[in-house]
Design a protein around this ligand. Sequence first.
Ligand SMILES: [Zn+2]
Length: 425
Amino acid sequence: MDIEQDIRARTKTDSSQCMVPLAALLKNDFECNKGQDPIVQHGLACHDKKGEDHTLIKLNCQHLFRDGSVVFSVFGVFDGHNGASAAIFSKEKLLQNVLSAVPTIGSREEWLDALPRALVSGFIKTDIDFQEKGETSGTTATLVIVDRWTVTVAAVGDSRCVLDASDGGIFALSVDHRFEENAEERKRVMECGGEVCRLSLAGGAEIGPLRCWPGGLCLSRSIGDVDVGAFIVPIPHVKQIQLPKTGGRLIIASDGLWDALSIEKAAKCCRGLSAELAAKQLVKESLRARGLRDDTTCLVVDLLPPLGHMSKISLSTNRQNNLKAIIARWRSKGSSTVVANKSNAVGFVEEIFEAGSAKLADRLGTDPCLGVLNCAICQVNMTLHDGISVHAGSVFSTTSQISQGPFLCLTCKAKKDAMEGRPRS
Ligand SMILES: [Zn+2]
């Protein structure tokens, strides 16, 4: 019996007898998994120029579900522009908005399945709530949820999350939403009515990176930016992976760091250092390479094998090498949804999910139950006839789809239409 079956069996028995207090049950689950869970260590370093970078670190968060609970840690980097208020607001509200969008679930597997969609809802709700304040600030947002060996990354903007895997592979877990580097995003924004070009000087010379006008923003996705245009959307690229029990290192940083260091250089220049020293080393390296031109923030998160696990890992090395030839190695892909390449090989990163579309209907799918009683985005209560299908109003939707969920409230439906460049009805 593996450890999860064991927990489920014990939980079922204990619940049916109604004799064990919930706190004790949760503690038992925690104790039971402790030997299998990674040791999570983190380090943070930053160097301010404008004071617009903000970070979120929350360890050992708990989410209860029907038959137990999950314990997870959250790390976030928010790089503000036009002031720090959107970054501070997102740091304070985003995680709660994501967790509020996780439906009632019965197991850890359901929680992990629900996270990508909840992240989309949470990012959009945070954007709507901030824009209602009427402030013009905006922010990137890179939110990383670490639940045992599963890492889920959601991001808008150009702060990046990079994985330095234990087998030496270095992978970007986020996509840059910058007009300069992202042709797909340029096309989307222009189709929605935005103009994308460089700043023109008198005489016709063009300078600087590609920007969207009006507003002049270099990013195609962000939270906030009410004055720029609704096609600058808060819909995050989401990627979920499972690390092998040999662990790995996450580097989450604002563009102050990535403008100075490639992801390969960043990963390699801090290997062998603790998370705390690695974060300091990375900021030092980026300042050495480029000087202090921008706020530079770096969070390093190490997922280390549990104590006593290393001997098992070395025993399985030969098996791992044999498997190497026949198992497709995880690699970064485009923006389409990817189903897991299931492999339990020691030492390999397993990709579970990836989606990057800016179309809300793509990201919420076709769940007929989602949003029937609560809006699928903001969770406001709705009566049975209030909700509007997320598929309504699309020329690609079939008749059966537009009467199906997920359903949105009027505010969130108007937000969806605006993000896709349609006039409000
Ligand atoms: Zn709503």
